[in-house]
Design a protein around this ligand. Sequence first.
Ligand code: ITT
Length: 192
Amino acid sequence: MAVLIVATGNPGKVKEMAAYLASLGWELRLKPPNLEIEETGHTFLENACLKASQVAKATGEWAIADDSGLEVEALNGEPGIYSARYGNCRSDVERTQHLLTKLADHPNRKAQFVCAIAIAQPDGTIALQSEGICLGEILPAPRGNGGFGYDPVFYLPEHQMTFAEMPAELKNAVSHRGKAFTSLIPQLASAN
Ligand code: ITT
């Protein structure tokens, strides 16, 4: 069974990525915690490729990376690729509050989550890549306890729930990450 290093330090992502990758025939391993990759790309895809490629080279194994974030229309796409470090806040709760403060009572609440996934071979060459988008709205206050990051304020009108109110299986089926994995998984299954 080939080893696949999950190149993220975000526990919320690890859980979701492991759910998509379970039963694909790869032995999943976490990236060494001291291996930090600087995200110098200008797009989600560039950063996903950077992380996958550098972790693959450093470990000598296949690696999969996710770069993702929230784009809010009324904030001209902020926080975007800077979602993890928005406002220099130190926790998901603070970042979410920072977003709500910036958006204030703006009538346009439209937002989208974007996810780019890249898989690199042990020599760092990118073997597979994929992207997914999930459209929603930003609520004026958080709702729900599930998920991670901005999930409590990201509302899907068609489900009448935030990501944080959804059972994990439903979020995994409809999310930006779910869509990226759906197109990636058939290719990944045949790469092993
Ligand atoms: P790694 O780079 O180690 O994977 P990270 O958290 O720094 O972890 P990103 O640079 O891709 O990852 O930033 C993604 C941020 O976007 C993440 O920290 C959340 O704040 C947000 N985010 C991404 N997907 C999300 C989701 O499904 N639900 C809620 N917030 C999400």
